[in-house]
Structures are given as structure tokens and as C-alpha cells.
Design a protein around this ligand. Structure first.
Ligand code: SF4
Ligand code: SF4
Length: 457
């Protein structure tokens, strides 16, 4: 006889106090989520430890005002490229939203990935969703208290590991760990890690889907991006209704046996059978749950599936359409522009300031001197030293380092005194040249003589 997979403890979720327990399920979309999320998690926790030539492979160093991206240093001035990368990624999200709804949210968003991790810890320590719901209703026992404490402890440890790793992308992780082990971590870094850990614990452990529902701006955007051809997680009401429990339902009932599993596995606590909802993050957990039910009932899977409104209404659905092509074109353009930008990054950054103390100094009747502060920063491994020279009007001489070691003198302001003889104009163009084997940069500044004051002419 056909076994009906109705769960005994099915109760409409969420409960009256808004709290609900997410039931874990298995299936091809859960495997796909693992296939996507485990490499992302491994990259997040692993890349921060990777070093290249004794330097972190990825680091956004506030202290040094430089970004180390895949072993190459970028100037802080190239930060706009990362902003460009974010904009290009946003275009990709819009493209995905038009094509497949909120699949980013369901499969790759850090909020979802960490929430699933926290749910798995909950499942491991406190038991399955039905058991957790029962424990909530019953009086607290010592064993439940112990299990709950273990859950919170593991959550806290995971939150601290997440926060420390995240901070490690801004301050070298080895420094953080060494200082933490020696109880020598600065108050600023400790405070930052504590705040980040607290937010992770709150977001993934306690607040969860409410962030997706109320705080995430992407969920607001998607409403205007969906159209009749967007493939999104949908319940095939035409096939499933009228829903009926297999034991009670008659011959005319639909394929939905009202087991409630699709609701129990939903991380945002909605019933997909109520139709397309803004809260749905397209995680496809309900597809797997329902497919498992249909398989056991030996019925075709896909009662809940990725489908468009047009398909559900029996019409032809078009994947490639002007709106999608438009977002695709914008996305490709944005990524192309960012990639081009990465080929044009600053390799030698020169800053020149005048000494604010004195604009010029008349040394004798024929000679005037100006003082400059010069900073040269190198962002290429191929260039270690640059020679310094100047050019301009008059007979020029300068006093200051003739050669700059980019490895040693990087980011230090060096004073240069430039003197001109027999210069008869009030101000003239002065050019500093920084020449290396691979990189060369020239930078203009102004040389002031105070000529009319000095000569009285
Ligand atoms: S849609 Fe599928 S999982 Fe949901 S109640 Fe119906 S049969 Fe169960
Ligand atoms: S309705 Fe289905 S796809 Fe949407 S969030 Fe819930 S389980 Fe995920």
C-alpha cells in the first residue's frame, strides 16, 4: 500500500509568537546550495590566510592605504574600482532577478549561507524541528538546557570565527591571532570583532529571515523586476488543487496532499501555495521537500518548481526577452569597464606639496629656493628604485634624496629644496621626474620666486 508521507507533528508555522522551527530537507537543490556555499565558505575562511611573497594575498589595509588584490598592490586611489565592481555585481543581481527571481538570496547570499549553517547547528544540538517545537512547549529540563547551551556556544564560536576572519581582510589575520593569543589585541580591533560577532549571532541565529523581509533593499527591487516570464519558485495550483489529505481526499482531489512539508522547510516561514510572495528567497527547499513527497507517492515531481507565471497559465514562456537582454548588456558593459580599469591601475603614485612654512626663500641676489614635500608610492613588484631629477626654467639645482627606495621609503614624505639662479619671472613651471627601469612618472608643480618683491621691479 502507498505510504503517505504526512508528518504527524505538522502544525501551521510560524507559531503565534512568530517563532518557527525550520525543518531540514534533502534534494537536488539542497545539493546545489552545498555545491555553491561550501566553496564560498572555504574561500572566505581560507583566503585570508594565504600569503604571497610574505604578504597577504588579499588585504584592504587602512593602515598602509593600499589594497592587496591577489598578490598585487593597488593604491587607495583605485578604491573606485572596487566600487565599480560592486556596481557591476549589482547589475548581475538585477539580471539574475529578471531571469530567475531571488536565486542569489536563496543560494549565495551570506545572510542565507550563515543562516543555514546556524540552523544546521541547531538541528545537530537540539534535534529536528519537530523535537525543538515540542521542547518549546514543554517544561525546560536539564538535558534541553544543556543542548541549548551547546547550541549557543557553537553559534558564538562560529560568530567569533566569522568576525575575526572578516577583520582579517583589513588587518593581517596573523597579527590579529598573535595579538589575541598574547592578550595584546588593541581595543579598536577587539571592539570591532565583538560588534561583528554580535551582528553575525543576531542575524543568523536570532533575526534570520526578518533581515531578508524588512532590511534587505534587494527584496524591494525585485518586485519591479519580475515579469510573467521570470522563472521563480512556484506552486502549480492547477495540478495541486483542490488539495486534500490522501486519506480523506476523493478521486477529484489534486496532487497536493496537504502534508505541510513545503511550509515546514521554508526558512522564511511562508506557504508557497499562497502564490508568489515578496518574502520568498527562492531557496527551493520547498521544491525538494515536495519532490520527495511526490516521489514517495509515485507521482511526477515538480508540483512546486521553477516556473514562470506564463508557464503556470499554460502560455509560452520566453527566456530571452528585451528586459533580460537589456540587463545582460548593462552587466557585460559594467564588468568590461571594471576589467579595463584593473589594467589601468596606478603603479607609481606621486604627491607633491609645497612647504607651507615658506613659499620661497631668497638665498642671495641671484638665487631663490623653494621647499617641497614629496611622497612616492610604488605598486609594482618590478620596480624597486626610482631616480629623482627636476626640470624647469633657470639654472636649477635640488637638495634631497636622488634615489627613492620604494620598498623602504614608500609612503614617507621626503623634503626637497629646489633652488633657481637668475630666474626673472614671478613663478614658473617646475617638473619632478621619477625614473625607474620599468616605471616613470613626471609631476608638475610651481616654482615661486617672488621676483617683483625681491627685485622691486
Ligand atoms: S505542495 Fe507538496 S509539500 Fe506542500 S503540502 Fe502539497 S504535497 Fe506537501
Ligand atoms: S517558499 Fe520555498 S523557495 Fe520560497 S523561501 Fe520558502 S522554501 Fe524557499
Amino acid at each position: 500500500m502507498e505510504k503517505i508521507p504526512v508528518v504527524q507533528d505538522y502544525a501551521p508555522l510560524p507559531a503565534r509568537d512568530g517563532k518557527f522551527h525550520v525543518r531540514l530537507t534533502e534534494g537536488r537543490f539542497q545539493n546545489l546550495r552545498r555545491f555553491i556555499s561550501w566553496p564560498l565558505l572555504a574561500s572566505f575562511f581560507g583566503l585570508v590566510w594565504v600569503q604571497f611573497d610574505g604578504q597577504p594575498w588579499l588585504l584592504f589595509s587602512f593602515e598602509q592605504h593600499r589594497i592587496i588584490l591577489f598578490g598585487d598592490a593597488l593604491s587607495w586611489r583605485d578604491l573606485s574600482l572596487l566600487a565599480g565592481l560592486l556596481i557591476a555585481s549589482a547589475c548581475m543581481l538585477f539580471f539574475l532577478a529578471v531571469a530567475w527571481g531571488r536565486v542569489w538570496c536563496g543560494f549565495a547570499c551570506p545572510q542565507s549561507i550563515w543562516t543555514w549553517l546556524f540552523i544546521r547547528i541547531e538541528d545537530l544540538t537540539e534535534g529536528k524541528a519537530s523535537k525543538r517545537a515540542r521542547q518549546d512547549r514543554e517544561a525546560l529540563t536539564a538535558q534541553v538546557l544543556l543542548r541549548r547551551s551547546a547550541k549557543h556556544l557553537l553559534w558564538i564560536l562560529l560568530a567569533i570565527a566569522t568576525a575575526t576572519t572578516f577583520t582579517g581582510y583589513f588587518v593581517p589575520i596573523r597579527e590579529i591571532v598573535a595579538e589575541a593569543v598574547n592578550l595584546d589585541l588593541s581595543p579598536a580591533i577587539s571592539g570591532w570583532i565583538l560588534i561583528m560577532a554580535g551582528l553575525t549571532y543576531l542575524n543568523a541565529g536570532l533575526v534570520r529571515e526578518k533581515i531578508c523581509l524588512h532590511a534587505c533593499p534587494y527584496s524591494r527591487f525585485q518586485g519591479v523586476m519580475f515579469d510573467d516570464h521570470t522563472q521563480t519558485v512556484s506552486y502549480d495550483a492547477g495540478r495541486g488543487e483542490p488539495r486534500a489529505n490522501r486519506r480523506k481526499g476523493g478521486e477529484n482531489s489534486g496532487d497536493c496532499v496537504d502534508c505541510g512539508l513545503c511550509v515546514q522547510v521554508c526558512p522564511v516561514g511562508i506557504d508557497i501555495r499562497d502564490g508568489l510572495q515578496a518574502a520568498c528567497i527562492d531557496c527551493a527547499a520547498c521544491i525538494d521537500a515536495c519532490d520527495n513527497v511526490m516521489t514517495k507517492l509515485e507521482r511526477p515531481t515538480g508540483l512546486i518548481r521553477f516556473a514562470s507565471e506564463a508557464q503556470l497559465n499554460g502560455n509560452k514562456s520566453h527566456f530571452l526577452r528585451p528586459r533580460l537582454a537589456g540587463y545582460g548588456a548593462v552587466m557585460i558593459l559594467a564588468f568590461t569597464a571594471v576589467l579595463y580599469g584593473f589594467t589601468q591601475t596606478t603603479e607609481l603614485l606621486v604627491e607633491i606639496r609645497r612647504d607651507r612654512g615658506s613659499l620661497f626663500r631668497q638665498v642671495n641676489k641671484h638665487t631663490v629656493c623653494n621647499v617641497y614635500l614629496v611622497k612616492v608610492e610604488g605598486y609594482s613588484k618590478e620596480q624597486r628604485f626610482v631616480d629623482v631629477s627636476i626640470s624647469g626654467e633657470g639654472k636649477l639645482s635640488f637638495f634631497g634624496p636622488q634615489q627613492i627606495d620604494l620598498a623602504e621609503d614608500n609612503a614617507y614624505w621626503q623634503p626637497y629644496r629646489v633652488c633657481a639662479r637668475d630666474l626673472k619671472v614671478a613663478k614658473s613651471k617646475l617638473t619632478f621626474h621619477f625614473n625607474g627601469d620599468v616605471l616613470s612618472v613626471s609631476k608638475n608643480t610651481t616654482f615661486l620666486t617672488g621676483h617683483h618683491e625681491a627685485t622691486g621691479s
